[in-house]
Design a protein around this ligand. Structure first.
Ligand code: SAH
Length: 394
Protein backbone atom coordinates (compact mmCIF):
# COMPACT_ATOMS: atom_id res chain seq x y z
CA UNK A 1 0.00 0.00 0.00
CA UNK A 2 1.23 3.49 -0.82
CA UNK A 3 2.56 5.41 2.15
CA UNK A 4 0.37 8.46 2.75
CA UNK A 5 1.91 10.91 5.11
CA UNK A 6 0.71 14.11 6.72
CA UNK A 7 3.13 16.41 8.50
CA UNK A 8 1.79 18.93 10.98
CA UNK A 9 2.84 22.54 11.39
CA UNK A 10 5.19 23.17 14.27
CA UNK A 11 3.46 22.88 17.67
CA UNK A 12 0.18 21.63 16.19
CA UNK A 13 0.57 18.23 17.82
CA UNK A 14 -0.37 19.49 21.30
CA UNK A 15 -4.03 18.43 21.16
CA UNK A 16 -2.98 15.01 19.85
CA UNK A 17 -0.62 14.61 22.79
CA UNK A 18 -3.79 14.98 24.89
CA UNK A 19 -5.46 12.29 22.76
CA UNK A 20 -7.97 14.54 21.02
CA UNK A 21 -9.04 12.52 17.98
CA UNK A 22 -9.40 15.30 15.37
CA UNK A 23 -6.84 17.15 13.25
CA UNK A 24 -8.10 20.35 11.70
CA UNK A 25 -7.06 21.25 8.17
CA UNK A 26 -5.27 24.40 9.40
CA UNK A 27 -2.82 22.28 11.40
CA UNK A 28 -1.44 20.51 8.31
CA UNK A 29 1.88 21.61 6.85
CA UNK A 30 2.50 18.98 4.16
CA UNK A 31 0.84 16.01 2.48
CA UNK A 32 2.83 13.25 0.75
CA UNK A 33 1.48 10.43 -1.44
CA UNK A 34 -1.79 10.56 -3.33
CA UNK A 35 -4.18 11.33 -0.51
CA UNK A 36 -7.91 11.13 -1.26
CA UNK A 37 -11.03 11.24 0.89
CA UNK A 38 -11.34 8.18 3.09
CA UNK A 39 -7.65 7.19 2.87
CA UNK A 40 -5.69 5.92 5.86
CA UNK A 41 -2.91 8.40 6.61
CA UNK A 42 0.05 8.42 8.97
CA UNK A 43 0.49 11.68 10.83
CA UNK A 44 3.88 13.10 11.86
CA UNK A 45 4.92 16.08 13.93
CA UNK A 46 6.96 18.87 12.37
CA UNK A 47 10.06 17.14 13.79
CA UNK A 48 9.12 13.98 11.89
CA UNK A 49 7.96 11.94 14.89
CA UNK A 50 5.03 9.58 14.29
CA UNK A 51 1.94 10.70 16.23
CA UNK A 52 -1.26 9.11 14.82
CA UNK A 53 -2.99 6.95 12.22
CA UNK A 54 -6.34 8.12 10.90
CA UNK A 55 -8.89 8.66 8.15
CA UNK A 56 -8.33 11.64 5.87
CA UNK A 57 -11.19 13.76 4.57
CA UNK A 58 -11.51 17.14 2.84
CA UNK A 59 -13.07 19.70 5.17
CA UNK A 60 -12.43 21.38 8.47
CA UNK A 61 -11.79 18.08 10.31
CA UNK A 62 -9.09 16.73 8.00
CA UNK A 63 -8.08 13.63 9.97
CA UNK A 64 -10.13 11.50 12.35
CA UNK A 65 -7.66 9.57 14.48
CA UNK A 66 -8.16 5.81 14.64
CA UNK A 67 -5.04 5.04 16.64
CA UNK A 68 -2.19 6.81 18.35
CA UNK A 69 -0.05 3.81 17.43
CA UNK A 70 1.61 3.12 14.12
CA UNK A 71 -0.61 0.12 13.41
CA UNK A 72 -2.21 -1.31 10.31
CA UNK A 73 -5.91 -0.62 9.84
CA UNK A 74 -7.19 -3.97 8.64
CA UNK A 75 -9.91 -6.47 9.53
CA UNK A 76 -8.15 -7.36 12.81
CA UNK A 77 -8.15 -3.72 13.82
CA UNK A 78 -11.93 -3.35 13.31
CA UNK A 79 -12.56 -6.63 15.07
CA UNK A 80 -10.48 -5.57 18.08
CA UNK A 81 -12.12 -2.13 18.39
CA UNK A 82 -15.67 -3.47 17.94
CA UNK A 83 -15.04 -6.22 20.47
CA UNK A 84 -13.84 -3.66 22.96
CA UNK A 85 -17.05 -1.63 22.40
CA UNK A 86 -19.14 -4.76 22.94
CA UNK A 87 -17.20 -5.73 26.06
CA UNK A 88 -17.89 -2.35 27.64
CA UNK A 89 -21.65 -2.80 27.09
CA UNK A 90 -21.47 -6.38 28.40
CA UNK A 91 -19.63 -5.29 31.55
CA UNK A 92 -22.31 -2.64 32.13
CA UNK A 93 -25.00 -5.29 31.47
CA UNK A 94 -26.50 -3.12 28.74
CA UNK A 95 -26.65 -6.04 26.33
CA UNK A 96 -29.03 -8.03 28.49
CA UNK A 97 -31.40 -5.60 30.20
CA UNK A 98 -34.63 -7.48 30.85
CA UNK A 99 -37.20 -6.86 28.14
CA UNK A 100 -34.61 -5.15 25.96
CA UNK A 101 -33.02 -6.14 22.64
CA UNK A 102 -31.83 -2.67 21.66
CA UNK A 103 -28.61 -0.83 22.45
CA UNK A 104 -25.95 1.30 20.80
CA UNK A 105 -22.88 -0.83 20.07
CA UNK A 106 -20.66 1.97 18.72
CA UNK A 107 -20.82 5.65 19.54
CA UNK A 108 -18.14 7.26 17.35
CA UNK A 109 -15.34 8.97 19.25
CA UNK A 110 -16.78 7.61 22.53
CA UNK A 111 -15.66 4.18 21.35
CA UNK A 112 -12.46 5.34 19.65
CA UNK A 113 -14.13 4.86 16.28
CA UNK A 114 -14.66 8.42 15.00
CA UNK A 115 -17.27 8.59 12.25
CA UNK A 116 -19.00 5.29 13.04
CA UNK A 117 -22.40 4.61 14.63
CA UNK A 118 -23.85 1.14 15.16
CA UNK A 119 -27.23 0.47 16.77
CA UNK A 120 -28.50 -3.03 17.52
CA UNK A 121 -32.20 -3.82 17.09
CA UNK A 122 -32.74 -7.48 17.92
CA UNK A 123 -30.97 -9.54 15.26
CA UNK A 124 -30.26 -6.53 13.01
CA UNK A 125 -27.43 -4.02 13.32
CA UNK A 126 -27.84 -0.63 11.63
CA UNK A 127 -24.52 0.97 10.62
CA UNK A 128 -24.02 4.65 9.80
CA UNK A 129 -20.81 6.17 8.45
CA UNK A 130 -20.23 9.86 9.09
CA UNK A 131 -16.88 9.84 7.31
CA UNK A 132 -15.61 8.68 3.95
CA UNK A 133 -13.10 6.37 5.65
CA UNK A 134 -15.79 4.54 7.59
CA UNK A 135 -17.79 4.20 4.38
CA UNK A 136 -14.87 2.41 2.70
CA UNK A 137 -14.40 0.18 5.76
CA UNK A 138 -18.10 -0.78 5.95
CA UNK A 139 -17.75 -4.37 4.72
CA UNK A 140 -14.94 -5.19 7.15
CA UNK A 141 -16.93 -3.56 9.93
CA UNK A 142 -20.08 -5.52 9.02
CA UNK A 143 -18.20 -8.81 9.04
CA UNK A 144 -16.58 -8.01 12.38
CA UNK A 145 -19.97 -7.13 13.93
CA UNK A 146 -21.43 -10.49 12.91
CA UNK A 147 -18.40 -12.29 14.33
CA UNK A 148 -18.25 -10.54 17.70
CA UNK A 149 -22.02 -10.83 18.20
CA UNK A 150 -21.73 -14.64 17.92
CA UNK A 151 -25.05 -15.43 16.28
CA UNK A 152 -27.05 -12.67 17.90
CA UNK A 153 -26.82 -10.40 14.82
CA UNK A 154 -27.86 -11.94 11.51
CA UNK A 155 -28.34 -8.89 9.29
CA UNK A 156 -26.42 -5.64 8.85
CA UNK A 157 -28.23 -2.69 7.29
CA UNK A 158 -26.12 0.21 6.01
CA UNK A 159 -27.61 3.67 6.21
CA UNK A 160 -25.49 5.90 4.06
CA UNK A 161 -27.57 9.07 4.30
CA UNK A 162 -24.97 10.68 6.54
CA UNK A 163 -21.95 9.67 4.47
CA UNK A 164 -20.16 12.73 3.11
CA UNK A 165 -19.78 12.77 -0.67
CA UNK A 166 -22.31 9.90 -0.74
CA UNK A 167 -23.06 10.42 -4.44
CA UNK A 168 -19.47 10.45 -5.64
CA UNK A 169 -18.74 7.37 -3.58
CA UNK A 170 -21.82 5.47 -4.78
CA UNK A 171 -22.89 5.03 -1.20
CA UNK A 172 -26.09 3.10 -1.56
CA UNK A 173 -28.26 2.03 1.33
CA UNK A 174 -29.15 -1.57 1.93
CA UNK A 175 -28.18 -4.79 3.63
CA UNK A 176 -24.45 -5.53 3.68
CA UNK A 177 -25.00 -8.95 5.21
CA UNK A 178 -28.18 -11.03 5.45
CA UNK A 179 -31.66 -9.54 5.30
CA UNK A 180 -34.27 -8.91 7.92
CA UNK A 181 -37.75 -7.56 8.16
CA UNK A 182 -37.94 -8.31 11.87
CA UNK A 183 -37.96 -4.67 12.81
CA UNK A 184 -39.61 -4.62 16.19
CA UNK A 185 -37.24 -3.35 18.85
CA UNK A 186 -37.90 -4.01 22.51
CA UNK A 187 -37.01 -1.44 25.13
CA UNK A 188 -37.82 -2.22 28.77
CA UNK A 189 -40.67 -4.41 27.51
CA UNK A 190 -42.11 -1.76 25.17
CA UNK A 191 -42.21 -2.58 21.47
CA UNK A 192 -41.22 -0.09 18.78
CA UNK A 193 -41.54 -0.51 15.08
CA UNK A 194 -38.15 0.58 13.66
CA UNK A 195 -38.08 2.00 10.16
CA UNK A 196 -34.34 1.92 9.50
CA UNK A 197 -34.96 2.48 5.80
CA UNK A 198 -36.86 5.76 5.92
CA UNK A 199 -36.53 6.77 9.57
CA UNK A 200 -34.34 9.48 11.11
CA UNK A 201 -30.86 8.47 12.34
CA UNK A 202 -30.81 4.66 12.51
CA UNK A 203 -34.60 4.60 12.83
CA UNK A 204 -34.95 5.22 16.56
CA UNK A 205 -33.56 7.47 19.29
CA UNK A 206 -31.86 4.87 21.46
CA UNK A 207 -30.29 7.67 23.51
CA UNK A 208 -33.49 8.58 25.39
CA UNK A 209 -34.00 5.08 26.88
CA UNK A 210 -33.26 5.94 30.52
CA UNK A 211 -35.01 9.32 30.31
CA UNK A 212 -38.16 7.70 28.93
CA UNK A 213 -38.11 5.37 31.94
CA UNK A 214 -38.01 8.39 34.23
CA UNK A 215 -41.10 9.81 32.51
CA UNK A 216 -42.89 6.53 33.27
CA UNK A 217 -42.00 6.97 36.93
CA UNK A 218 -43.65 10.43 37.09
CA UNK A 219 -46.60 9.93 34.73
CA UNK A 220 -49.16 8.41 37.07
CA UNK A 221 -52.40 10.43 37.02
CA UNK A 222 -50.84 13.20 34.93
CA UNK A 223 -51.97 14.86 31.74
CA UNK A 224 -48.98 14.47 29.46
CA UNK A 225 -47.89 16.41 26.39
CA UNK A 226 -45.09 14.74 24.43
CA UNK A 227 -43.83 17.44 22.09
CA UNK A 228 -41.55 16.35 19.17
CA UNK A 229 -42.75 12.78 19.69
CA UNK A 230 -41.16 11.12 16.58
CA UNK A 231 -41.85 7.39 17.21
CA UNK A 232 -43.83 8.08 20.38
CA UNK A 233 -41.20 6.75 22.80
CA UNK A 234 -42.00 9.02 25.73
CA UNK A 235 -45.76 8.62 25.09
CA UNK A 236 -45.63 4.83 25.40
CA UNK A 237 -43.79 5.04 28.72
CA UNK A 238 -46.23 7.68 30.01
CA UNK A 239 -49.19 5.45 29.16
CA UNK A 240 -47.59 2.49 30.90
CA UNK A 241 -46.85 4.74 33.87
CA UNK A 242 -50.58 5.39 34.33
CA UNK A 243 -51.03 8.85 32.78
CA UNK A 244 -54.58 10.17 32.71
CA UNK A 245 -54.14 11.24 29.10
CA UNK A 246 -51.24 11.52 26.65
CA UNK A 247 -51.05 13.86 23.66
CA UNK A 248 -48.21 13.44 21.17
CA UNK A 249 -47.23 16.18 18.74
CA UNK A 250 -44.82 16.23 15.79
CA UNK A 251 -44.76 18.41 12.70
CA UNK A 252 -44.15 15.33 10.54
CA UNK A 253 -47.28 13.36 9.73
CA UNK A 254 -45.10 10.29 9.18
CA UNK A 255 -43.88 10.58 12.77
CA UNK A 256 -47.46 10.94 13.98
CA UNK A 257 -48.42 7.75 12.10
CA UNK A 258 -45.43 5.92 13.61
CA UNK A 259 -46.46 7.08 17.08
CA UNK A 260 -50.03 5.87 16.60
CA UNK A 261 -48.75 2.55 15.29
CA UNK A 262 -46.44 2.06 18.28
CA UNK A 263 -49.12 2.98 20.79
CA UNK A 264 -51.58 0.45 19.33
CA UNK A 265 -48.81 -2.15 19.11
CA UNK A 266 -48.33 -1.91 22.88
CA UNK A 267 -51.74 -0.84 24.13
CA UNK A 268 -54.37 -2.07 21.68
CA UNK A 269 -57.24 -0.94 23.94
CA UNK A 270 -55.76 2.45 24.79
CA UNK A 271 -58.34 5.25 24.61
CA UNK A 272 -56.49 8.10 26.29
CA UNK A 273 -53.89 8.85 23.60
CA UNK A 274 -54.14 11.32 20.72
CA UNK A 275 -51.45 12.28 18.21
CA UNK A 276 -51.38 15.57 16.28
CA UNK A 277 -49.36 16.60 13.24
CA UNK A 278 -48.67 20.22 14.15
CA UNK A 279 -45.87 22.70 14.60
CA UNK A 280 -44.66 22.79 18.21
CA UNK A 281 -44.65 26.56 18.54
CA UNK A 282 -48.17 26.86 17.13
CA UNK A 283 -49.48 24.07 19.31
CA UNK A 284 -48.02 25.60 22.47
CA UNK A 285 -49.26 29.03 21.46
CA UNK A 286 -52.84 27.84 20.89
CA UNK A 287 -53.28 25.38 23.73
CA UNK A 288 -55.31 26.26 26.80
CA UNK A 289 -53.19 27.08 29.88
CA UNK A 290 -53.09 24.33 32.51
CA UNK A 291 -54.06 21.62 29.96
CA UNK A 292 -51.03 19.53 30.91
CA UNK A 293 -49.03 18.86 34.07
CA UNK A 294 -46.24 16.85 32.47
CA UNK A 295 -44.65 18.24 29.33
CA UNK A 296 -41.75 16.73 27.38
CA UNK A 297 -39.81 18.95 24.97
CA UNK A 298 -37.30 16.96 22.91
CA UNK A 299 -36.70 19.08 19.81
CA UNK A 300 -34.26 18.33 16.98
CA UNK A 301 -30.81 19.92 17.29
CA UNK A 302 -31.41 23.66 16.90
CA UNK A 303 -27.66 24.29 16.43
CA UNK A 304 -26.07 22.02 13.86
CA UNK A 305 -22.92 24.18 13.76
CA UNK A 306 -21.07 26.54 16.06
CA UNK A 307 -22.15 29.59 14.06
CA UNK A 308 -25.80 28.74 14.80
CA UNK A 309 -25.40 28.74 18.59
CA UNK A 310 -26.89 32.18 19.26
CA UNK A 311 -30.05 31.67 17.29
CA UNK A 312 -30.40 28.13 18.68
CA UNK A 313 -30.20 29.42 22.26
CA UNK A 314 -32.88 31.93 21.40
CA UNK A 315 -35.00 29.07 20.00
CA UNK A 316 -34.61 26.99 23.18
CA UNK A 317 -35.54 29.99 25.29
CA UNK A 318 -38.64 30.73 23.22
CA UNK A 319 -39.81 27.12 23.23
CA UNK A 320 -39.29 26.64 26.96
CA UNK A 321 -40.89 29.98 27.82
CA UNK A 322 -44.06 28.83 26.03
CA UNK A 323 -44.11 25.62 28.07
CA UNK A 324 -43.47 27.50 31.34
CA UNK A 325 -46.32 29.90 30.56
CA UNK A 326 -48.81 27.12 29.98
CA UNK A 327 -47.89 24.17 32.23
CA UNK A 328 -50.25 23.57 35.18
CA UNK A 329 -49.16 24.44 38.73
CA UNK A 330 -47.24 21.52 40.20
CA UNK A 331 -46.31 20.46 36.69
CA UNK A 332 -43.16 18.64 35.64
CA UNK A 333 -41.23 19.71 32.56
CA UNK A 334 -38.74 17.41 30.85
CA UNK A 335 -36.72 19.63 28.54
CA UNK A 336 -33.85 18.49 26.28
CA UNK A 337 -31.24 19.72 23.87
CA UNK A 338 -29.35 17.34 21.57
CA UNK A 339 -27.25 20.10 19.93
CA UNK A 340 -23.61 19.13 20.17
CA UNK A 341 -22.57 22.76 19.73
CA UNK A 342 -24.44 23.86 22.87
CA UNK A 343 -23.04 22.88 26.25
CA UNK A 344 -25.04 22.16 29.36
CA UNK A 345 -24.33 25.53 30.97
CA UNK A 346 -25.58 27.38 27.89
CA UNK A 347 -28.69 25.21 27.72
CA UNK A 348 -29.41 25.69 31.41
CA UNK A 349 -29.04 29.43 31.00
CA UNK A 350 -31.55 29.43 28.12
CA UNK A 351 -34.03 27.48 30.28
CA UNK A 352 -33.35 29.81 33.23
CA UNK A 353 -34.13 32.83 31.03
CA UNK A 354 -37.32 31.14 29.84
CA UNK A 355 -38.45 30.49 33.42
CA UNK A 356 -37.73 34.09 34.38
CA UNK A 357 -39.57 35.36 31.31
CA UNK A 358 -42.65 33.33 32.31
CA UNK A 359 -42.25 34.38 35.96
CA UNK A 360 -42.69 30.85 37.34
CA UNK A 361 -41.09 29.31 40.39
CA UNK A 362 -38.96 26.45 39.06
CA UNK A 363 -36.81 23.83 40.74
CA UNK A 364 -34.40 21.41 39.09
CA UNK A 365 -35.21 17.79 40.02
CA UNK A 366 -32.83 15.96 37.69
CA UNK A 367 -30.08 16.78 35.24
CA UNK A 368 -30.17 14.24 32.44
CA UNK A 369 -27.71 13.15 29.80
CA UNK A 370 -26.98 10.46 27.27
CA UNK A 371 -26.84 6.87 28.56
CA UNK A 372 -23.76 4.68 29.09
CA UNK A 373 -23.97 3.06 25.65
CA UNK A 374 -23.31 6.58 24.27
CA UNK A 375 -20.04 7.12 26.19
CA UNK A 376 -18.04 10.34 26.02
CA UNK A 377 -14.32 10.10 25.39
CA UNK A 378 -12.91 12.39 28.10
CA UNK A 379 -10.39 13.76 25.57
CA UNK A 380 -13.25 14.64 23.20
CA UNK A 381 -15.70 16.76 25.19
CA UNK A 382 -17.59 17.52 21.94
CA UNK A 383 -19.07 14.02 22.32
CA UNK A 384 -21.34 15.24 25.11
CA UNK A 385 -24.44 16.18 23.15
CA UNK A 386 -27.64 15.18 24.95
CA UNK A 387 -28.60 17.21 27.98
CA UNK A 388 -31.88 17.49 29.79
CA UNK A 389 -33.47 19.08 32.83
CA UNK A 390 -36.44 17.81 34.79
CA UNK A 391 -38.13 20.78 36.40
CA UNK A 392 -40.86 21.20 38.97
CA UNK A 393 -42.94 24.23 38.11
CA UNK A 394 -45.18 26.11 40.57
N1 SAH B 1 -38.53 12.52 21.32
C1 SAH B 1 -38.22 11.64 20.22
C2 SAH B 1 -37.14 12.19 19.31
C3 SAH B 1 -37.43 13.56 18.75
S1 SAH B 1 -36.59 13.91 17.29
C4 SAH B 1 -37.87 10.26 20.74
O1 SAH B 1 -37.80 10.02 21.96
O2 SAH B 1 -37.67 9.37 19.92
C5 SAH B 1 -37.24 15.45 16.84
C6 SAH B 1 -38.61 15.42 16.20
O3 SAH B 1 -39.06 16.77 16.09
C7 SAH B 1 -38.67 14.87 14.77
O4 SAH B 1 -39.56 13.78 14.73
C8 SAH B 1 -39.20 16.04 13.91
O5 SAH B 1 -40.14 15.63 12.92
C9 SAH B 1 -39.88 16.92 14.95
N2 SAH B 1 -39.96 18.35 14.63
C10 SAH B 1 -39.02 19.12 14.04
N3 SAH B 1 -39.43 20.43 14.01
C11 SAH B 1 -40.65 20.47 14.59
C12 SAH B 1 -41.58 21.51 14.87
N4 SAH B 1 -41.33 22.78 14.55
N5 SAH B 1 -42.73 21.19 15.50
C13 SAH B 1 -43.00 19.91 15.86
N6 SAH B 1 -42.15 18.89 15.61
C14 SAH B 1 -40.99 19.15 14.98
Amino acid sequence: MEFKKITLKRGKESSLLRFHPWIFSGAIDKKEGHISDGDIVKVYTHDNKFIATGHYQTGSIAVRVLSFKDEEINYDFWHKRLLSALELRQKLRLTDIEGNNTFRLVHGEGDNLPGLIVDIYGSTAVVQAHSAGMHYARNNIAEAIVNIMQGRVKAIYYKSGTTPFADEMNATEGFLIGKSSDNIALEYGIKFHIDWINGQKTGFFVDQRENRKLVEQYANGRKVLNMFCYTGGFSAYAIRGGAELVHSVDSSSKAVDLTRENISLNFPDCNNHEAYAEDAFKFLQNMQPESYDLIILDPPAFAKHHDAVRSALHGYQKLNAKAFEKIAKGGILFTFSCSQAINKEQFRLAVFSAAAQAGRSVRILHQLHQPADHPINIYHPEGEYLKGLVLYVE
